[in-house]
Design a protein around this ligand. Structure first.
Ligand SMILES: C[S@@+](CC[C@H](N)C(=O)[O-])C[C@H]1O[C@@H](n2cnc3c(N)ncnc32)[C@H](O)[C@@H]1O
Length: 224
């Protein structure tokens, strides 16, 4: 079962389901992203219905939203229509992130994986391979794997209705899982940096806020 296809995953991006620790994470994620400005085009990978669309419009940054779920893309398109947003500034593309390198995104954009979208991608090694082939700048935002992050995430997933959620901790990192389709990894930075390096990707990472970790390409400088 695909968590997002069935609509069960929609609860994960509804503000009323965020415990204070997740609301704080999202504020910190935005500040982290802002630390990489200036850039002119953001490609949000795992965008749902355009989490960072308003932020891009307010910051005069071109926006591309990519998600594997067609329904989210249609909801994003509807926003563009309803809010009469200029088509040159925004587009939505339905695609699996494993095909990023095949998309015509231009060379100047920053690929941005928000709110642990990367940790929800089953084929994460193929996504990284695609990132490598694309040769584009990237920022991947995820969670720390310590107790505080785990406790905030548990509270969040419970509030989202995943009453049976369980945590698995291993060398690869921490996974929250539910029989209702939730499968959300936060990788151990040592593990994922090694996987990236084996593929040929040189990555930096930084903690942000209390529970955030952001990975970013070497050719992107964070000025924090
Ligand atoms: C924004 S994240 C939400 C994660 C959640 N906040 C958590 O704590 O794990 C999930 C988004 O990633 C998208 N997604 C998952 N796998 C994908 C893939 N392979 N390619 C593109 N988008 C994907 C989903 O459709 C969904 O819109």
């Amino acid at each position: 079962m695909n968590l997002y296809q069935e609509g069960v995953g929609d609860s994960l991006v509804q503000d009323e389901n965020y415990p204070p620790g997740i609301s704080a994470y999202l504020e910190d994620e935005k500040i982290f992203l802002e630390s990489f400005l200036p850039f002119t085009k953001l490609v949000e990978v795992g965008c749902m219905f355009g989490r960072y669309l308003t932020w891009c419009l307010d910051s005069d940054i071109q926006y591309v939203g990519i998600d594997v779920i067609q329904r989210y893309i249609e909801m994003g398109e509807k926003r563009v229509f309803d809010e009469k947003i200029h088509r040159e500034r925004v587009s939505f593309i339905q695609s699996d992130a494993v095909y990023l390198h095949n998309l015509d995104l231009g060379s100047e954009c920053v690929l941005f994986f928000p709110f642990n979208s990367f940790g929800n991608m089953d084929d994460y090694q193929r996504v990284l391979l695609s990132l490598y082939k694309s040769n584009l700048k990237y920022i991947i935002c995820s969670y720390d794997i310590g107790e505080e992050a785990n406790s905030i995430r548990r509270e969040y997933y419970l509030k989202c209705g995943f009453s049976d959620v369980t945590l698995l901790s291993e060398k690869r990192g921490v996974k929250f899982k539910s029989k209702y389709g939730l499968k959300s990894w936060a990788y151990n930075p040592d593990y994922i940096i090694k996987i990236m390096s084996d593929i040929g990707i040189k990555s930096n990472y930084k903690m942000f806020g209390k529970i955030g970790i952001g990975y970013y390409s070497e050719n992107l400088a964070s000025n924090r």
